[in-house]
Ligand binder design. Structure first.
Ligand code: GDP
Ligand code: MG
Length: 289
């Protein structure tokens, strides 16, 4: 499932050599492996300090799983239809692509989906999302470049209510003239969503570019301060050896990671499962069970 883990934890470097199964790993060797996979240094030290010199699979499993020991800070609404999600993140992180993936997934699950082209800053962003909507045969609310994205938010939600839509996914700009503008615009979009439907947006998802590794953490903190983030999707993990950054991101942000992106096609979205993720890492280190 998590093929990218192989890249991050060394197997690919010598893929001809069959992984030898072992019962324990030395602290020093483990430290090197985790550092290479882009796990944050302080996190590694913190975890290794609590482990013996020679570490078993079970010991490491318990140590790594504890990084994810936190709860979501939002609640799925009871019957508040439609379910509104806002997709946030810097330009190029993979917002628009991820929206198409989510839309595809919801549609596969039998849901009625609608998109809102809330990145009105760039004409290309509106076109890109419209193309996806057409390809996936999903309705979209869009306006011309430069128009107020909050109006798009309002219109999308109202239209979705009228058409009995299940899932609304709203795109946002990743960059404006200034950071202050961006912050104000996003805040307004959130306020207006709540006016269109009480409690909306129900989930604000932050898209982080997995190839940037741990360096996305500061970005995430900035967006969280602006409008509060409810969860994370990490993209582009198909092309990187930084799969360990997921641990650093979880540890620093203490926010649920819902999905990971592993390609550019609509089906390249994987539900993130903590246990499978950690077991994939452990398989690389100890050999498959
Ligand atoms: N390999 C790969 N490329 C991705 C993934 N997600 C997005 N991309 C690519 O990253 C680039 C930027 O994506 P886009 O959705 O336009 O980013 P946005 O500016 O945040 O909306 C595009 O070329 C996408 O095809 C992914 O999971 N894997
Ligand atoms: Mg975009």
């Amino acid at each position: 499932m998590f093929g990218f883990i192989k890249k991050a934890f060394g197997a690919s470097k010598d893929s001809e050599v069959k992984k030898i199964k072992r019962d324990k790993i030395d602290k020093d060797e483990l430290e090197d492996l985790l550092l290479e996979a882009d796990v944050n240094y302080e996190l590694i030290e913190d975890k290794l300090d609590q482990l013996p010199n020679s570490i078993t699979r079970v010991q490491l499993y318990n140590s790594l799983i504890s990084v994810f020991d936190y709860k979501a800070n939002w609640i799925y609404p009871d019957s508040n239809k439609p379910f509104i999600e806002m997709i946030i993140g810097v330009n190029g992180a993979g917002k628009t692509t991820t929206i198409s993936k989510l839309a595809y997934k919801y549609k596969q699950d039998g849901k009625k989906v609608m998109l809102g082209a809330g990145d009105t800053f760039r004409a290309a962003a509106i076109e890109q999302l419209s193309r996806w909507a057409q390809k996936l045969d999903i309705p979209i609310v869009a306006t011309r470049q430069g128009h107020d994205p909050s109006a798009v938010v309002f219109d999308t939600i109202k239209s979705a209510i009228a058409k009995d839509i299940d899932n609304v996914i709203i795109d946002t700009a990743g960059r404006l003239h200034t950071q202050v503008n961006l912050s104000e615009e996003l805040k307004k979009m959130v306020r207006v969503a709540d006016k269109a439907l009480n409690g909306a947006p129900h989930r604000k998802l932050l898209i982080l570019d997995g190839t940037q590794g741990s360096s996305t953490i500061n970005q995430a903190k900035a967006f969280n301060e602006m409008i509060g983030i409810d969860g994370i999707i990490i993209t582009k993990l198909d092309g990187t050896a930084k799969g360990g950054a997921i641990l650093s991101i979880a540890n620093e942000l203490k926010m649920p990671i819902y999905y990971i992106g592993v390609g550019e096609k609509p089906e390249d979205l994987i539900k993130f499962d903590v246990k499978s993720y950690i077991n994939s890492i452990l398989d690389e280190i100890f050999g498959e069970e």
